[in-house]
Design a protein around this ligand. Structure first.
Ligand SMILES: Cc1cc2nc3c(=O)[nH]c(=O)nc-3n(C[C@H](O)[C@H](O)[C@H](O)COP(=O)(O)OP(=O)(O)OC[C@H]3O[C@@H](n4cnc5c(N)ncnc54)[C@H](O)[C@@H]3O)c2cc1C
Length: 400
């Protein structure tokens, strides 16, 4: 792989940098400053802030960079998207919102949707006029997604849907969902499923936020009672939804690899270790802490090269494959190790949450320590990701 950037890519980098430097001055004071109190991450204020910033990015042409122009994108190269992501992270600027829409739903509709679906949905995903969520998991079907019970029964030009979904991230703010249902109960498990686009404002759709251990409510239960969906909103063929869903999951898992944000995190910790003292000297002078910080820095770079390997696939125009699972496992395990290290670094101060005058960075480390566990489950648990690596990347046989 060529690690250099072309003159065009460097010119684009400068354009992005200039734009960020000018526009980030409009960000509220609490943004990016852990010592200034801001709104809760799942509050209305926070949601409105993400939409406001997203629209600015969109108007400047920085949302959906590699999407085709006919769908509202810029028709840019994958490398330009990489340069944009790098600058965003270097400047610690907020990214676009509607991550599920842009990252997973849009690419699925582009790959398998009808022309009508592409025209109706793609542009509004980019503008964030339509916010999307993913309604796959159910109380009895997460890893074993083929075990879903939600049913869709054909009725004239519509399907009538009944069932329950759970862990639906962002459903409270969503206008649309990608929805996986059973359409044939007699067929072998993977063959009787269909994939729909669900208008979340349809009668019979109820969203109930779940209270998490972090105190937030990022995900939800979703109840579907006699919900009518026009047949024209099915993606792919009836009973072949499993294959469409697997494509969505490949897009989802390919998103791992925010190496610059990881590096920023380590730099924050190093800065903190230089300021905090134990036994009369800065923590950064403690040989054991120095060793650990160096090790994390090395791992950040390992993760960077894993990301570049994934990127090479994309540059060759290949569909994302099981390599995304490698990045995901590495990322989640790295984050857990880092969070555990923070409990040692901060000692009893680590446990203090927002609101305590002794809390470090408004309790950022205590809540991220709890919240980080979720990254070993969301987008498929680490055990499932390891199964993907074993079977699809290494070609090992199934164990049963
Ligand atoms: C932060 C977060 C966000 C999420 N967002 C969404 C969302 O937006 N939309 C959505 O549809 N879902 C979402 N989910 C749900 C997520 O996809 C499921 O929680 C996940 O797939 C695991 O399913 P489960 O909870 O039913 O656990 P289970 O599948 O019951 O797993 C329980 C345990 O058994 C292990 N296990 C199960 N099967 C195997 C196997 N074959 N081999 C080895 N070990 C196995 C698992 O690894 C796990 O440790 C989210 C979850 C989290 C944590």
């Amino acid at each position: 792989m060529d690690f250099n950037y072309s003159p065009e890519e460097e010119a684009f980098r400068k354009e992005v940098r200039d734009w960020l430097e000018e526009n980030m001055q409009e960000l509220p004071k609490w943004y990016g400053n852990p010592d200034v109190p801001g709104p809760e991450s799942d509050s209305e204020e926070s949601h409105q802030f993400t939409i406001w910033w997203h629209r600015k990015l969109y108007d400047a042409g920085y949302v959906g960079l590699p999407w085709p122009k006919e769908y509202g994108g810029r028709g840019a190269t994958v490398m330009e998207q990489v340069v944009f992501n790098e600058e965003l992270a270097k400047h610690r600027a907020p990214g676009p919102t509607n991550v599920i829409g842009i990252g997973w739903c849009g690419p699925t509709i582009m790959a398998v949707g009808t022309e009508e679906q592409k025209k109706r949905f793609l542009h509004k995903i980019l503008t964030a006029e339509d916010i999307w969520c993913q309604a796959f998991s159910e109380p009895e079907a997460g890893s074993d997604l083929a075990g879903i019970q939600t049913r869709a029964v054909r009725d004239g030009d519509d399907y009538i849907i009944n069932g329950q979904k759970v862990w639906t991230s962002g459903a409270r703010w969503a206008d649309w969902a990608i929805l996986l249902t059973k359409t044939d109960l007699e067929a072998p498990r993977h063959r009787g499923m269909s994939y729909f686009l669900l208008d979340m404002h349809t009668p019979g759709v109820t969203v109930r936020p779940l209270k998490q251990i972090t105190g937030g409510s990022d995900f939800n239960e979703l109840f579907l009672d006699d919900v009518r969906i026009p047949a024209s909103l099915m993606v792919g063929e009836e009973n072949k939804g499993w294959y469409v869903a697997m494509g969505t999951l490949d897009f989802e898992r390919s998103g791992a690899g925010a190496s610059i944000s990881r590096e920023n995190n380590i730099k924050d910790i190093i800065r903190m270790a230089k300021k905090m003292e134990r036994n009369g000297q800065p923590l950064s002078k403690d040989p054991e802490i120095r060793q650990k910080l160096a090790q994390f820095y090395i791992e950040v770079n390992v993760a960077r090269y894993l990301g570049l390997r994934n990127l090479t696939h994309q540059l060759r125009g290949e569909r994302p494959g099981p390599e995304g699972a490698v990045g995901h496992v590495f990322d989640a395990e790295f984050n857990l190790r880092l969070q555990d290290f923070m409990t040692q670094l901060l000692g009893p101060y680590h446990q203090l949450l927002k609101g305590s005058k002794y809390a470090v960075n408004q309790g950022r480390w205590a809540s991220s320590w709890i919240g980080m566990r979720g990254t070993t489950i969301g987008t498929g648990t680490l055990e499932i990701q390891k199964n993907v690596i074993a079977q699809r990347a290494l070609g090992l046989p199934r164990s049963y």
